[in-house]
Design a protein around this ligand. Structure first.
Ligand code: PSV
Ligand code: MN
Length: 388
């Protein structure tokens, strides 16, 4: 039997981190559709993120991307976040938008370019010191497009060198989260294409280095929950970049394309201790809202993660184990499906009401009139986007 009060406590404790870039303009390589009311600077992004937390009670952290969120005074930015009721979460490095990085950043054949990339990563740790962030999230677009373009093994050596330098710089309580991606923008080889490569580097570096699973970064059909279970078993799951995909790295709302997959992932997380605070799994969203209204889309995504988590917590683990040990294939599958097919919306409404929140966060957000206000007030200036 599942203990409902424990399920509720776990749901109340879950902290989902929203991405600053999710509030800015975004698009595909074909077109960016600007939206009225979009933030013009990191402060306005934090104010938007605070709306998501105010209505869900589950999104107290905001992940920043440097240089998109560059400011003069990061301590002041962190203080502003606090005033708004949120805090700065992970710092995401960006070594993929500078002309010098055409052939790579930390794995570039030219040592001068590598030094420039490393300097940026170290600057990100300085920013973490100022904001009080725990996590440095590293994703490298590095790789090659053509067989023979560069020495794949040498590139791994260069990667090790840069990662080691960053690892050495990490302070007390800080972590390095290494994110892998199968392809794009490099098409022949990515230097960190999969969890195995990320794991090898993190294992070599030490306990402060962990792997990030971006749900959009795998080949179609990949069993992501298996990867999650293995990483948790090794103490190497640092966190997630949640988003949905139909085809490649679509960056759609988490839980929108394949809610069953999100449930299966959260089931492995919940079962293997990933919801315990001391395990420190970061539940980040990494998604963009190209055609839909941004703030309610982030609210919806947070709710989708919560629903998947609630269903995962409702799995009757005793019944599951009993079915598994007796070889009852259908019975075991039924236990899992029973939980997945439970309508957890009333449970989550109850959880929210117990926290003094409205049962329906999207409706609560609409009722604030915040959307109308920012559309009226944020006129003029440069709207934030990927390049800003
Ligand atoms: C790369 O595709 C990625 O998933 C990384 O996390 C980047 O930092 C992020 O997207 C930027 O949107
Ligand atoms: Mn990502």
């Amino acid at each position: 039997m599942t203990d409902l009060s424990a399920v509720k406590a776990a749901l109340k404790a879950q902290r989902i981190e929203t991405p600053s870039w999710g509030y800015g303009n975004s698009g595909t390589r074909f077109k960016v559709f600007a939206q009225a009311g979009v933030p013009r600077d990191p402060y306005e992004k934090l104010a938007d993120a605070a709306q998501v937390h105010a209505t869900t009670g589950a999104a107290p952290l905001v992940s920043l991307h440097i240089p998109w969120d560059r400011v003069d005074d990061y301590a002041a930015l962190a203080a502003y976040a606090k005033e708004q009721g949120v805090a700065v979460g992970a710092i995401n490095s960006n070594v993929f938008q500078d002309d010098d990085f055409k052939l790579g950043s930390v794995t570039h054949p030219d040592p001068a370019v590598r030094a420039k990339a490393l300097a940026h990563l170290l600057e990100c740790v300085d920013i973490m010191d100022a904001t009080g962030s725990r996590d440095l999230k590293l994703w490298f677009s590095d790789g090659t497009n053509y067989p023979g373009q560069d020495d794949v093994t040498a590139r791994q050596g260069r990667l090790t060198e840069a990662l080691s330098a960053v690892y050495e710089r990490l302070g007390e309580g800080q972590r390095m989260l290494l994110e892998y991606k199968l392809f794009e923008p490099s098409f022949y080889t990515m230097d960190v294409p999969d969890w195995g490569t990320a794991y090898l580097h993190c294992a070599r570096l030490g306990p402060k280095a962990q792997v990030v699973v971006d749900t959009g970064h795998h080949a179609p059909g990949t069993n992501i929950e298996f990867i999650v279970a293995l990483l948790l078993r090794e103490g190497k799951l640092g966190g997630f970049d949640f988003n949905s995909r139909f085809y490649a790295d679509d960056d759609l709302m988490a839980g929108a394309a394949d809610p069953f997959q999100l449930f299966r992932i959260m089931h492995e997380v919940a079962k293997n201790g990933g919801l315990r605070e001391e395990t420190e799994v970061a539940f980040l969203l990494d998604q963009c809202h190209n055609i839909e209204e941004k703030i309610p889309a982030v609210v919806r995504s947070v709710m989708n993660v919560q629903e998947a988590t609630a269903k995962a917590l409702l799995v009757d683990q005793d019944a599951l184990r009993a079915a598994q040990t007796s070889g009852d294939v259908l019975g075991a599958n039924a236990v899992l499906m029973d939980a997945y097919n439970t309508d957890v919306r009333p449970l989550l409404a109850e959880v929210r009401e117990e926290q003094g929140l409205a049962a329906d966060p999207v409706a609560a957000y609409r009722a604030t009139g915040y959307g109308e206000r920012i559309r009226a007030e944020r006129v003029g200036g440069q709207q934030a986007g990927w390049g800003a």
